[in-house]
Design a protein around this ligand. Structure first.
Ligand SMILES: CC/C=C\C=C\CC(=O)SCCNC(=O)CCNC(=O)[C@H](O)C(C)(C)COP(=O)(O)OP(=O)(O)OC[C@H]1O[C@@H](n2cnc3c(N)ncnc32)[C@H](O)[C@@H]1OP(=O)(O)O
Length: 719
């Protein structure tokens, strides 16, 4: 809705009213059409200010409407009526002016913004383009290169940058509406001929073709198969090369292709899933809205390896006092240097002063005695962690939360080492911890509601997307990764190469295929875990039994590479070869190919042709199947939790929505049928046996993903 009042005698003040972000729902659009018409026809009104209720100008089109039958006035004629009006219209921008919100402001003749406001055209992140003439007006206002940058990335700019770019006319630190009203009083009666952006010629930079070719190449490279960034470039090109009306028609055509695409659905699902995970709940009945986090002004990090350093930096950048503990002198020295570099670079990037004074270092664990929360990031070894938790339990002040950054170990077992197991939770960060957005908050059987709420809130403060998950081996992310990697190994045994498998996954949209990723993170990490699980048998034994461990098919390929010292990038050799140890550019390795041939010959395996489809089905459906097990076990509360974890932590392409969303897009019946097919072909691979929840969902008519929770609830109530 929108309301019109008259202020300062002659200024029509239109207020958009649709909390929390004044999204342009049908009712708001109708309200704008009506109030603009009224203001234009009221002789008392000489100029108009448009603002949003509650300090937010407008968060854009109502994304919830996209999946429904759209009714109400269309944005384009609504904005044109504002621009064509014969009274000055001033947008008073507080909070956010995003997407359709900024397009509405671009239809106004003037824009006044508060210094804390953020502006942008983030449609591309929702699989769309700014199709309420934003792709045509913005280049006319700020030029093609700047508009291309904003529209293809969707990035938000500050008011200061918006002023510099020419998007806004004035920035204020004072009351935005008062300033805009004064502005409107000043410009009342002035000619508007030079203020209607759609009538501006679009500035045509020299080398226009080269500029767009370059832009297209850039987006194709970074988009990993996403179509919206490409359409955004095409729309801006239309602005630069066609008259406004024709450009608008091109914008409409491009939007028509995007609007109903699977990618747009996936990206909009991700938008809501990211917010849904904040409304966490646990099987014990703890919930985000009924639990009270405790304040955490001071925290400690124990262990200053790669993870610990990143966590310390992330905490300090959030404004906490941090005690960083490392008992090995050499590691401490290196860590201090690395942390101060990370803090400096981070401060430079954010345009603020470094916060080095927030971190104090100690070689003595007793230094954590007065902190409110401890995150241990020591070596991934249960015995080491057990001892540490016993010590922490004795040293820390009463009520201090004890968190583990383990990526797979049993949080309940660690809790059992302490006097107050209710104060123990997992906080599983992803490397590099000061950069990666994902945090798995792992609640144990005895974790208190308050402990979970505190870890979730701390994650949010740190700018992380925090997902509450239950305790099991590998939690959600790493548990699902296991069958995925396992399938990739089997595919090599059956005739594939690392290059073929990686190409299929990267063409699907993963930032890195499984083998390039394994080379990056180090093959020795998995080797150590498999050794701990008693799976590794040294040597080159042959025959079928050499590929069976604990009654299941097993591929020793990773172990054999490790035995050769091939740990990946760090040793310059892994599934690929690198120019030197620590090198980054993966090159195909003839040694590896002949090693695979020799391995197959030794085990009597005959290489067959494997295509991309089989790679995707086997790797992805095995991973998805584990996701269904995780839902069935109640480790994740809903499919959104899994999808957010995979998109933010594991390089799953966002335009495919996450593994569980993708399963729904492919069709649950098809996923089930293919798993059955592959399980029949490989009966010794339990991960390919379809999960009973998947069967149940298919039997209940493959409901849409937002209905899965009902089926899961029923399943749990029968148990
Ligand atoms: C022909 C033309 C057809 C279509 C044209 C489309 C153009 C568009 O405008 S597409 C939309 C573009 N806008 C955006 O992408 C902005 C999305 N919103 C945000 O980035 C943020 O919400 C924010 C505005 C910066 C506010 O952030 P914050 O204060 O952190 O709150 P949130 O938790 O993110 O949001 C609160 C609440 O509002 C819901 N919401 C936000 N924006 C929209 C929206 N545009 N439509 C519908 N709902 C929106 C959000 O989902 C939250 O609600 P939950 O119930 O918690 O999910």
């Amino acid at each position: 809705m929108a309301q019109l009042s008259i202020v300062s005698g002659s200024v029509g003040l239109i207020t958009l009213q649709n909390p929390p972000v004044n999204a342009l729902s049908a009712a708001v659009r109708q309200g704008i059409v009506d109030t603009v018409e009224k203001a234009l026809s009221d002789p008392k009104v000489k100029s108009v200010v448009i603002r949003g209720q509650n300090g937010v100008f407008c968060g854009g089109a109502d994304i919830k409407e996209f999946g429904t039958k759209m009714t109400g006035p269309h944005l384009i004629p609504m904005i044109h009526a504002i621009e064509a009006g014969n009274k000055p219209m001033v947008a008073a921008i507080e909070g956010s002016a995003l997407g359709g919100g900024l397009e509405l402001a671009l239809g106004c003749h003037y824009r006044v913004a508060h210094s804390k406001a953020r502006l942008g055209l983030p449609e591309v992140t929702l699989g769309l383009l700014p199709a309420a003439a934003g792709s045509q007006r913005l280049p006319r206002l700020i030029g093609v290169p700047a508009a291309l940058n904003l529209i293809t990335t969707g990035r938000h700019v500050t008011a200061a940058e918006a002023l510099q770019l020419g998007i806004v006319d004035q920035v204020t630190d004072h009351d935005t509406v008062d300033t805009a009203v004064k502005f409107a009083l000043n410009v009342a009666g002035q000619s508007l001929d030079a203020r209607r952006i759609s009538t501006f010629p679009c500035p045509r930079p020299a080398e226009l073709d080269a500029l767009f070719e370059d832009a297209m190449q850039k987006v194709r490279k970074s988009a990993r198969g996403a179509i919206a960034p490409v359409a955004c470039v095409q729309a801006v090109r239309a602005a630069a090369t066609l008259p406004y009306a024709e450009g608008l028609e091109r914008e409409r055509e491009l939007m028509a292709t995007l609007f109903n695409s699977g990618q747009a659905r996936a990206l909009q699902y991700c938008f809501f899933a990211q917010r849904a995970v904040g409304r966490w709940s646990t099987p014990s009945g703890a919930r985000w809205d009924t639990s009270k986090p405790v304040p955490v002004p001071k925290a400690a990090v124990i262990g200053l390896g790669t993870m610990g350093r990143g966590i310390a930096v992330a905490l300090a950048q959030t404004g906490l006092s941090v005690v960083a503990v490392e008992t090995q002198e050499k590691q401490m020295m290196e860590a201090k240097q690395a942390v101060s570099g990370m803090l400096e670079r981070g401060a430079k990037r954010r345009g603020v002063a470094p916060v080095s004074d927030k971190i104090s270092y100690s070689g003595n664990i007793r230094a954590v005695a007065d902190v409110d929360l401890v995150i241990e990031a020591v070596f991934e070894d249960m015995a080491v962690k057990e001892k540490l938790f016993q010590q922490l339990s004795a040293i820390c002040k009463p009520g201090a939360l004890l968190c583990t950054n383990t990526s797979a170990l049993d949080v309940d077992h660690l809790a059992s080492q302490t006097r107050n197991p209710e104060l123990v939770v997992g906080m599983h960060f992803f490397a590099p911890a000061h950069v990666m957005k994902l945090l798995e908050v792992v609640y144990g059987r005895r974790s208190s509601t308050q402990a979970v709420a505190t870890a979730m809130q701390l994650g949010k403060k740190m700018g992380k997307v925090s997902v509450a998950v239950g305790n099991c081996r590998g939690f959600v992310g790493n548990r699902m990764l296991k069958p995925y990697i396992e399938q990739a190994f089997y595919l090599l045994e059956e005739g594939a190469t690392p290059e073929l498998v990686d190409r299929a996954l990267e063409e699907f949209g993963f930032s890195m295929g499984v083998f390039r990723m394994s080379d990056l993170s180090g093959l020795d990490v998995g080797w150590r875990v498999r050794k701990g699980d008693g799976l590794v048998e040294p040597g080159l034994a042959s025959g079928p039994s050499a590929r069976v461990r604990q009654g299941r098919r097993y591929s020793p390929l990773g172990d054999l590479l490790c035995e050769q010292g091939r740990f990946g990038q760090k040793t310059g050799r892994g599934w690929y070869q690198y120019e030197k140890p620590g090198g980054r550019v993966a090159r195909s390795d003839p040694w590896l190919h002949s090693f695979l041939e020799g391995y197959r010959a030794r085990h009597g395996l005959v290489a067959r042709r494997i295509d991309h489809e089989e790679v995707l089905e086997r790797c992805l459906y095995a991973l998805i199947n584990e996701g269904f097990h995780i839902l069935e076990d109640g480790i994740a509360a809903g499919p959104e939790d899994i999808d957010v974890i995979y998109v933010f932590g594991y390089g799953w392409p966002r335009h495919r929505g996450g593994p569980m969303f993708y399963a729904g897009m492919v069709g649950l019946a098809k996923v089930l049928e293919r798993l059955e097919h592959y399980h029949q072909a490989h009966p010794d691979v339990p991960h390919l046996q379809p999960c009973s929840l998947l069967r149940r969902l298919v039997a209940s008519g493959s409901p849409p993903i937002h209905k899965w929770r009902e089926v899961i609830r029923k399943l749990h109530s029968h148990l």
